[in-house]
Design a protein around this ligand. Structure first.
Ligand code: PXL
Length: 447
């Protein structure tokens, strides 16, 4: 379901960026109408501030629901998070039943604890109540602690094996879910992320990133909101998880770098623009359009001039950029390469040309000669999508390797290639005329 009306059911912790104060801005940023049902109002969240106020709004839930029913309102999605009591869990459960329609998706984040412990505000019976709500969920987003408490499994700290995670995913089938995303999973020291499974298609996977030391409050809600927003925008589970992990990690890094008091939550606001662009590009879909006409060749060449002059100005002298663009990226140069058997493609997000690439099929592997994405559209997984598409083209020809060259001090590009499975296999220094030389690594990915 894309862009229906959603209801976010969480408390409002007025200060400290969690629950409704993260769900509302993150989900709204995607153009999704997000109504709210505040279950309590707190002056701050409960994780680290002393003396916070707490006004319970349980008794308002039924009258609010009745009013909405009288208006004929139904919701296409519910997103529930922190709930304070058994009574709230049951009232929210019946609110979901009373205000659903035939398209409704129910997202439940069973906020209860972390690192093997329940939050101190909950007693040991609470997971039983939360389990009842999870049985109404289509998409569940627990961490391992919450899952273990609800499934009566012993909590073990990581790193985990896939066998263990598989056993947990299997045990979670009792909830009758469509999808699950488990956060805070680690398969090796220094890495942490999320695993996901679609119980209908049986697709499962993981998205892991480097651990950032420290405890950052509210990251579960930032992650959950970004995930719900992406899924509700029609993005597939794998991409939604990747998007939510990266949005959360970047928010943590920003907070870490600013040295801010972590009780106030993570700095997600500055990442919203990128998040929206990323969702938008994935929604439109990244495709490769083979270049053949003069017009398409000049479009690729025009993009080259823009991308090179903006993107490489810090690592390549201006005169060398001009020389290289003219020698390798002009319309004539592209036409000559095509005549020599190269394939050039415009990279399209929907109907927008956001970059281009050029490759040559050799006997045993693909040589990827160029892959350039316009700066405005970087960091949205465009290169990863292109690699998926290029790998498909290789497999069609029975090839299972792609190699490329990259300037040795272009660290951003090297890291992006490594994240896509490339490893450095060699290096090359190639004179290109006019006294210039290319000092490259050769990277290769096998698949
Ligand atoms: O989802 C985190 C959260 C939400 N609401 C309140 C909380 C917390 C976590 O501590 O205290 C009130």
């Amino acid at each position: 379901m894309t862009h229906g009306r959603m209801l976010a059911v969480h408390d409002i912790s007025c200060v400290g960026r969690c629950s409704l104060t993260t769900a509302l801005p993150i989900i709204s940023s995607l153009g999704i109408e997000c109504s709210v049902l505040p279950t309590a109002v707190l002056s701050t969240h409960t994780g680290g501030f002393k003396g916070f106020t707490y006004r319970d709004l349980t008794e308002d839930i039924v009258p609010i629901k009745e009013h909405w029913k009288s208006l004929g309102l139904t919701y296409d999605a519910f997103y529930t998070g922190f709930l304070g009591s058994f009574e709230q869990i049951d009232l929210v459960g019946s609110l979901i039943e009373g205000l659903s329609n035939e398209r409704t998706t129910v997202y439940v984040d069973p906020v209860m604890g972390d690192n093997g412990n329940l939050y101190t505000v909950f007693d040991s019976d609470f997971p039983k109540g939360m389990r009842r709500l999870c049985e109404k969920a289509d998409v569940l987003m627990p961490n391992l602690t919450e899952l273990c408490f609800m499934l009566d499994m012993e909590y073990k700290s990581g790193p985990y094996t896939w066998d263990y995670i598989d056993s947990v995913l299997k045990a979670a089938e009792v909830f009758g879910l469509k999808k699950i995303v488990i956060t805070g999973v680690s398969f090796e020291a220094g890495k942490v992320g999320a695993v996901f499974k679609d119980y209908e298609s049986c697709e499962k996977g993981q998205v892991m990133r480097d651990v950032i030391e420290g405890y950052y409050h509210g990251t579960g809600d930032v992650f959950g909101s970004a995930l719900v927003g992406a899924l509700e925008s029609g993005i597939c589970l794998k991409d939604s998880v990747r998007l939510a992990v990266d949005f959360t990690v970047k928010s943590i890094i920003r907070t870490y770098e600013s040295g801010a008091d972590v009780r106030y939550g993570v700095d997600f606001e500055l990442g919203l623009g990128e998040y929206v662009r990323y969702v938008d590009a994935l929604k439109k879909g990244i495709g490769l359009h083979d270049v053949s006409s003069h017009l398409e060749i000049s479009l690729a060449s025009g993009l080259a001039a823009k991308i090179w002059s903006e993107g490489y100005k810090d690592i390549i002298p201006k005169e060398q950029i001009e020389y290289m663009v003219d020698k390798f990226q002009s319309s004539d140069a592209i036409q000559r390469a095509i005549d020599d058997g190269y394939v050039y493609c415009l990279i399209r997000a929907g109907d927008l040309d956001i970059g281009y690439l050029g490759y040559h099929m050799e006997a045993d592997r693909m040589f990827l000669s160029k892959l350039y994405v316009d700066g405005e559209h970087r960091g949205m997984g465009v290169a990863s999508k292109c690699f998926q598409l290029l790998k498909d083209r290789c497999r069609e020809k029975g090839l299972h390797k792609i190699y490329l060259t990259v300037k040795r001090d272009n660290y951003r590009a090297i890291n992006a290639y490594k994240a896509n499975g490339f490893v450095i296999i060699d290096q090359a220094d190639t004179p290109i005329g006019n006294g210039f030389e290319m000092n490259d690594y050769i990277l290769e990915a096998s698949f």
